[in-house]
Design a protein around this ligand. Structure first.
Ligand SMILES: Nc1ncnc2c1ncn2[C@@H]1O[C@H](COP(=O)(O)OP(=O)(O)OP(=O)(O)O)[C@@H](O)[C@H]1O
Ligand SMILES: [Mg+2]
Length: 365
């Protein structure tokens, strides 16, 4: 169980989506948010997410978050840190301008906020990790590695820069030597990226496998990584081999920018072989494994948001997911339309909130 008063203790919301105002005190354990369609459940999660990440998971246009007809939204929270301190965090948006405060001071770098208050999120879109294109898997891999591996961001930036320059030379039909001049930097950065990704996925698959013993008992889990170029070649060889094709296409084909991984359960591809409920369980297992690995690597504990627990899952699967979440020992926010049949045995510490037409009230039990 969470020992802690860590996590989001209080939240004040003003004019965010359909929520006019709300003043909430959360449980350090599970916070269950219920209500009918269009009540404002996802909007509440979005407000929490926005406090930690300064953007939304639903829109790239932050002005959409301002309640219709209003000039600004405001979200202010009190976050309990593992060292026992409680810090205020606030964010206010007027069209075209964000003001962010951490501990009473304007914030210079967004990473300060993300580092103090990591937020893990599962929505319907998270299924893209399994069913979407390679881009989604690379994004999730990069995001995770930025958090746990100090050297990753630097290697990633070096690689992106060399790739951009090489592709510009290819697009401009520059002489071959102006293309290959980037190869050694590309290969050097790619070697770091590839090694860090490989090591990370190996550790991750161990953690996910453990989560799945609870979520999908008896199934064997594996991740099959593809580096982005032919297995039997080094990247330097692959670049040499594809130079003519790259020049006629106008971009670089082989490299970590085309990496991907397949998720296999009992040797079957998770994305094509399993039922919707099983797939959702695999994704939950994947995220839980990711968070457990972060905890093992001493990334500060954050909070976990799960939108729409019940979609695709029967009550038995829902109970397993809630047990899996309980083992994270972090604060959790879960939305669902109806929770009457939910088994909360794993969560002695919890609160319920009911949302209707943008009004949120705590359900006293
Ligand atoms: N800027 C805004 N101002 C006012 N209302 C908005 C704004 N943006 C979205 N809404 C409305 O807020 C309502 C709540 O949406 P939300 O997605 O939070 O509902 P929900 O409770 O998660 O519903 P569901 O169970 O269907 O997922 C919707 O009717 C939506 O159209
Ligand atoms: Mg919703």
């Amino acid at each position: 169980m969470p020992t802690l008063a860590t996590g989001l203790q209080r939240l004040d919301i003003g004019q965010f989506r359909n929520i006019e105002t709300a003043r909430l005190a959360f449980s350090p354990g599970l916070n269950l948010i219920t209500g009918p369609n269009a009540a404002g459940k996802t909007s509440l999660l979005e407000a929490v997410y926005c406090l930690g990440r300064v953007h939304s998971f639903r829109t790239t246009d932050p002005n959409q978050l301002i309640r219709h007809g209003q000039a600004a939204f405001r979200v202010v929270g009190r976050v309990g840190l593992p060292d026992g301190r409680v810090i205020p965090v606030g964010i206010q948006r007027r069209p075209g301008n964000y003001e962010i405060h951490l501990e009473g001071r304007p914030l210079r770098r967004l990473s300060d906020l993300a580092g103090r208050f990591p937020i893990h999120l599962m929505t319907g879109d998270t299924a893209n990790i399994l069913s979407g294109g390679p881009r989604y898997r690379r994004q999730s891999l990069d995001w995770a590695l930025f958090h746990v591996e100090p050297g990753y961001r630097n290697a990633w930036q070096r690689y992106a820069r060399a790739l951009r320059q090489r592709n510009a030379a290819l697009r401009d039909h520059a002489p071959a030597v102006q293309v290959t001049v980037w190869d050694s930097e590309l290969v050097s950065a790619a070697t770091s990226l590839d090694r860090l990704r490989r090591d990370y996925l190996k550790d991750l698959s161990g953690h996910v496998a453990r989560e799945l013993t609870l979520l999908l008992p008896g199934k064997k889990f594996a991740i099959r990584y593809q580096s982005g170029w032919a297995k039997d070649l080094t990247l330097a060889e692959a670049l040499k081999k594809s130079l003519d094709k790259d020049r006629s296409r106008g971009y670089t084909q082989p490299g970590p920018h085309r990496a991907d991984y397949a998720v296999l359960v009992d040797d079957w591809p998770a994305r094509t072989h399993y039922s919707r409920g099983q797939q959702k369980s695999i994704i939950v297992g994947f995220l839980l494994g990711q968070v457990k690995l972060q905890h093992a690597l001493e990334v500060p504990k954050g909070i976990f948001l799960l939108d729409d627990l019940a979609s695709e899952l029967d009550v038995e699967y829902q109970a397993r997911v809630l047990s899996g979440l309980a083992e994270l020992e972090t604060q959790v926010f879960v939305t669902a339309i109806d929770t009457r049949s939910l088994d909360l045995g794993a969560w002695p510490v919890h609160k319920r909130f009911h949302v209707e037409h943008g009004t949120i009230r705590e359900v006293v039990q």
